[in-house]
Design a protein around this ligand. Sequence first.
Ligand code: HPA
Length: 275
Amino acid sequence: MHNDMEKYRKAADHIKSKIGETPQIAVILGSGLGSLADELEQPIEIDYHDIPGFPRTTVAGHAGKLVYGKSGNRYILAMKGRFHYYEGYEISQVVFHIRVFRLLGISSLIVTNAAGGINTSFKPGDLMLITDHIGLFAPSPLRGKNQDEFGTRFPDMCGAYDKGLIEFADRIGRNSGIELKKGVYAFAQGPMFETPAEIRALRILGADAVGMSTVPEVITARHCGMKVLGISCITNMAAGILEQKLDHMGVMDVAKKVGRVFVQLVSDIIAGWEF
Ligand code: HPA
């Protein structure tokens, strides 16, 4: 057993010793979307290296630190850099932070990512509210002995992405003049981009976007009863849709360009969030 309760507690205690008032929301910032953390007021940065039990990130564009601070009137905990399965971590390490957040008393999670658009009505630069996911090809983060302190053995995944939060975020988007798409996010293990045939298959299965993160985190968050809002930044059209090669730098470039709008949207969502 890699991540027993004591490891989660040690990490949570370390973070608690560094921050003030308990944040209610954690925000996981996807590739190129880290600027939200840079704009927090009264920031306190905690390097993953310094948190007992925390893995380290290895991907360019993922910084590897937690930033606690104020967004509007609310303290939040932003995660700049996440752990991907393709980096070689055990799946339990990929989701370690989620249970630590729960032990800190955080009840809501905003999870963001860069994703390839499968739905051909999307275009690079679009933001998509995640309505559901397809994680059948992902290793389960709940595999192994159930941690009853966190949740039940067989958690329900209906409504994993909170309907009320989706409607609320949609309204915020409309009020701010930001057009938001909605759709189903499919997990791919990566690190290679998908083949055009895989993208056609995912489309038939009902996916609107594809990415290499998020699903394990959301499963773990739902297992321990956190409310989840998911937002994808469509950084490229998925493989085979356009006559162009896919690369990580292109993904990062688009995510950075959308950065301003993304920060505005998420800040407005946090400001208006009701508990
Ligand atoms: N596929 C998988 N992951 C991604 C993509 C993609 O096209 N774009 C950004 N993350």
